[in-house]
Design a protein around this ligand. Structure first.
Ligand SMILES: Cc1cc2nc3c(=O)[nH]c(=O)nc-3n(C[C@H](O)[C@H](O)[C@H](O)COP(=O)(O)O)c2cc1C
Length: 405
């Protein structure tokens, strides 16, 4: 029997944990239908707001930093605002999306952003009336600022305001309310605790950072001469850290977002305690759009089967009890680097990385090879991590350098 990918969040069953994050791939009913047809377990509509300034986009609004790392590790640097529809038109889009989701058993989540306590409450009720399964409050958007009221990351980084809005929304609706957190200038753990007290059913961890990059010729900020949102696959370790911390210290159900680019990332998110896993940039900056969803599902299923797990529940949170504090980590056991002569191509990089002068090059049958002096090797791990041919391995019981992907 194939491993079970279904998950349950606040009493709502998802046929699989993949949820398409609120963004361009969910920008209207037609796009949400593509998420559904791609096989996603859930879809979060693009955030709706009554603020007209947020519905009118700039052009261009996407660029990429660290492009040479694409498609593995690059930065999605962009400034896209919220849904381009009026609230009234958006409700019609949501009705259609509801129909598409029902046809495929996909969970529909409505994302909202108000401009006053009153509009937060009204929007929440309107979206609930359409029949969405859950709400996500966008307290994480890196762009909407200076609008005369707190929204996006400004709201999410003010624990009192975040708790106040959460309570107003929770009191207005019956469906579960998720809060999308920010890590900008605030600990998501602290805000998660406050919104939990205010009645949130769970938290989405964690939105992108606002950032600044500069045109080299002119010194002008990229895109539209202001700050932009930045994220990408490099965000994964930061996201995993916040999920683990929120899971351990707050105990609310978690939906993961930010830097989740492969099925491996999805497994890791589950291991640190997430239940659903959102993805956006992987579809937008990848090569298959919604076709990636099936790859993610296959990858997770194969992994679980190979490891003998029956469901994602078997691995959820398994990392958490393994996280130690710095005072108790093993400082005694030493690892040593070794060169595999068959794999070494004699590129000569590793001696430059070795700050302990333990690596030298020698000739063997007319070919250059690296050699590591075990008496001098400090066991730091840098050469084994960086070797372009994976020709250096480490021996020792504390060697967890990762899959080096
Ligand atoms: C172009 C773009 C538009 C986005 N729009 C929204 C939005 O309307 N509401 C929201 O809550 N998050 C929005 N996000 C954030 C995503 O939902 C997601 O949390 C973030 O991109 C991190 O996930 P990823 O690394 O999979 O892209 C947007 C992100 C991007 C790149």
């Amino acid at each position: 029997m194939k491993p079970d990918l279904s998950v349950e969040l606040c009493g709502i069953k998802f046929k699989n944990p993949i949820v398409i994050a609120s963004a361009t791939p969910t920008k209207d009913a037609k796009y949400m239908r593509r998420c559904v047809e791609g096989g996603a377990g859930g879809v979060i509509s693009k955030t709706i707001s009554p603020e007209p300034l947020l519905t009118k986009y700039v052009s261009p609004r996407f660029t990429v930093l660290h492009k040479k790392g694409w498609p593995q590790v690059y930065s999605n640097y962009s400034c896209e605002f919220l849904a381009t529809y009026s609230v009234e038109d958006w409700m019609n889009e949501l009705k259609l999306a509801r129909k598409y989701c029902d046809e495929a058993g996909t969970v529909l989540i409505g994302s909202i952003s108000g401009d006053s306590l009153k509009t937060w409450s009204e929007l929440a009720k309107q979206v609930e009336d359409i029949g969405v399964d859950m709400l996500e409050l966008n307290f994480g958007c890196p762009h909407p600022r200076d609008l005369g009221y707190k929204s996006g990351q400004e709201l999410g980084s003010d624990p009192n305001a975040a708790a106040e809005v959460t309570k107003v929304v929770v009191d207005s609706v019956k469906i579960p309310v998720f809060v999308k957190l920010t890590a900008e200038a605030v600990s998501p753990v602290f805000v998660a605790q406050r919104v939990k007290e205010a009645g949130a059913g769970g938290v989405t961890v964690v939105n992108r950072f606002p950032a600044l990059d500069v045109d080299l010729d002119t010194g002008r900020p990229l895109l539209h001469s202001t700050f932009a949102g930045v994220g990408g696959p490099w965000m994964r370790p930061i996201t995993l850290k916040w999920i683990a911390k929120v899971a351990r210290e707050v105990g609310l159900p978690i939906s993961a977002t930010n830097g989740i680019n492969t099925w491996k990332d999805m497994i890791k998110c589950t291991m640190v305690g997430a239940t659903t896993i959102q993805t956006c940039t992987a579809l937008m900056y990848g090569t298959k759009q919604y076709g990636h969803i099936q790859d993610f599902l296959d990858g997770m299923q194969n992994y679980l089967a190979e490891k003998g797990y029956k469901s994602l529940n078997d691995i959820r949170g398994i990392t958490l009890p393994q996280i130690k504090t710095w005072d108790v980590v093993d400082r005694e056991t030493k690892a040593i680097s070794k060169v595999n002569n068959e794999k070494c191509i004699g590129c000569g990089f590793c001696p430059t990385w070795c700050f302990y002068d333990a690596i030298s090059m020698f000739e063997q049958d007319g070919k250059r090879k690296a050699s590591i002096d075990p008496q001098i090797c400090d066991g730091c791990g840098l050469c084994a991590s960086l070797c372009p041919k994976d020709a250096i391995t480490m021996e020792g019981k504390q060697v967890f350098l990762g899959d080096l992907d």
